[in-house]
Design a protein around this ligand. Structure first.
Ligand code: NAP
Length: 348
C-alpha cells in the first residue's frame, strides 16, 4: 500500500504494480468466487475474473434474459452457472451483485449459506450501511468486503479488453478471517481495477448516491435542460442548442478534460471563452451549492435510500419508470441528440 499525495491530502492507495495479478491469483488460489447476479456489474466482474485466471462461477435466477446472457457469454449450466442458492453454497467468496432492491429480497435465502470463513463482497455500501432498512446483517464468521468500480460494468469490461481499467474503492467492514484485506485487494485487482483507494461502506454509499444524483447524472441533465430551454426560448434552432449544450461538451471538451483536466482546458481555449467561464463559474457554483447540501443531507439521513427501497418494491415500479424514461427520451433535446449522432461523420 502506498501513501500518495492528492493536492496536499495524503491517501492510501493500492496500484497494480505493488499488487500484481500474480499475487492476486496466489491469494485467491483456493477460493471459488461466486458472482451472484448477471445484470450490469455481474458480467463485467465475472468475465474479467475468468479471463484473469480465477476460479469463478455465476449464480443467476433461471428463466430471464440475464440467465440467457450468461449462457451466451460462455457460462455452462451445472458447471459454472447455477441458480443463486447453489452458487452461494459452492462459493467461498460471494460477490453479491444483484440490484440493491433484489439484495434485500434474496438476503434471507443467502444468509444461511454464509458459513464461517467465507467472504461476502459488495460493490456498493447500500445494503450494509442502511441495514436498519435492508435487514442485511452478515453472520459474525464471515469477512464483509467491498470493491466498487467507479463506472458501469460495461465500461469495466470494455476497458479491460482494451488493456485499461476503471479505478475502484475498497473497504473492509468485518474481518473475521484476518484475510479480509488481502481478499478485497486481490478481488479488486482481479476484476480489472486501475488503482484502488480506501473507503468505508458508509462513505462509499454517501459519495455514490450524491455523485449519481449530482454531477454524474441528475445535476448534469438539469443543467443541460436549463441551457437548452433558454437557447430554444430565444429562437435558437435545435441543432444550435444541442451542439452548444451537449455535442461540443461530449465530443470535443470532455475527452480533453479526461486527458488533461479542466484547468488545462481553461488555459487552452479562446480568451473570450476563458474570460466568460472564469466570470460565470462562481455564479453557477453558488447557485447549485445549496442544492448539493440538501442532497447530501437527504443521503445522510437515509431518505434517499428509503425512497429507492420504497419505489423499487412497488409492483408497478417498472411500468412507472418506463413512463418517466420515455418522457426524457421523447424530449426535444434528446430527439435532437439522436439526429445529431446520426449525422456524425463516422455514422454518415
Ligand atoms: N450498474 C453499475 O454499473 C454499477 C456500478 C457500480 C456498482 N454497482 C453496484 O453493483 C451491484 C449490482 O448492480 P447492477 O447495476 O449490476 O445490478 P442490476 O443490473 O440491476 O442487477 C440485476 C440483477 O439482479 C437480478 N435480480 C433482480 N431482481 C431479482 C429478484 N427479485 N430475485 C433474484 N434476482 C433478481 C437480475 O436478474 P434478472 O435479470 O433475472 O432480473 C440481475 O441478475 C449493486 O450493488 C450496484 O449498486 C453497479
Amino acid at each position: 500500500m502506498a501513501m500518495l499525495n492528492f493536492g496536499g491530502t495524503e491517501e492510501k492507495v493500492v496500484t497494480r504494480e505493488e499488487f500484481p495479478l500474480e499475487k492476486a491469483r496466489e491469494v485467491l488460489k483456493d477460493e471459488t468466487i461466486a458472482v451472484i447476479g448477471y445484470g450490469v456489474q455481474g458480467p463485467g466482474q465475472s468475465l474479467n475474473l475468468r479471463d484473469n485466471g480465477f476460479n469463478v462461477i455465476v449464480g443467476q435466477r433461471k428463466g430471464g434474459a440475464s440467465w440467457d446472457k450468461a449462457v451466451k457469454d460462455g457460462w455452462v449450466p451445472g458447471e459454472t452457472l447455477f441458480p443463486i442458492e447453489e452458487a452461494a453454497e459452492r462459493g467461498t467468496i460471494i460477490q453479491y451483485l444483484l440490484s440493491d432492491a433484489a439484495q434485500i429480497e434474496v438476503w434471507p435465502r443467502i444468509k444461511p449459506l454464509l458459513t464461517d470463513g467465507k467472504a461476502l463482497y459488495f460493490s456498493h455500501g447500500f445494503g450494509i450501511t442502511y441495514n436498519e432498512r435492508t435487514k442485511i446483517v452478515a453472520p459474525e464468521g464471515v469477512d464483509v468486503i467491498l470493491v466498487a468500480p467507479k463506472g458501469s460494468g460495461t465500461s469495466l469490461r470494455r476497458l479491460f479488453l482494451e488493456g485499461r481499467g476503471l479505478n475502484s474503492s475498497y473497504a473492509i467492514d468485518q474481518d473475521a478471517t484476518g484475510r479480509a484485506y488481502e481478499r478485497a485487494i486481490a478481488l479488486g485487482i482481479g476484476v480489472g481495477s486501475g488503482y484502488l483507494f480506501e473507503t468505508d461502506f458508509k462513505r462509499e454509499v454517501y459519495s455514490d448516491l450524491t455523485g449519481e444524483r449530482g454531477t454524474l447524472m441528475g445535476a448534469i441533465q438539469g443543467i443541460f435542460e436549463a441551457q437548452y430551454d433558454v437557447l430554444r426560448a430565444n429562437g435558437h434552432s435545435p441543432s444550435e442548442a444541442f451542439n452548444e449544450t451537449v455535442e461540443e461538451l461530449t465530443q470535443s471538451l470532455m475527452p480533453l478534460v479526461a486527458e488533461n483536466g479542466m484547468d488545462w482546458m481553461y488555459a487552452n481555449c479562446s480568451t473570450t471563452a476563458q474570460r466568460g467561464a472564469l466570470d460565470w463559474k462562481d455564479k453557477f457554483r453558488d447557485a447549485v451549492k445549496p442544492v448539493f447540501e440538501d442532497l447530501y443531507q437527504s443521503v445522510a439521513s437515509g431518505e434517499e435510500a428509503q425512497r429507492s427501497i420504497d419505489s423499487n418494491s412497488q409492483k408497478d415500479y417498472r411500468e412507472k419508470l418506463e413512463v418517466e424514461l420515455k418522457e426524457l427520451s421523447d424530449s426535444e433535446m434528446w430527439q435532437a441528440g439522436r439526429t445529431v449522432r446520426k449525422l456524425r461523420p463516422e455514422n454518415a
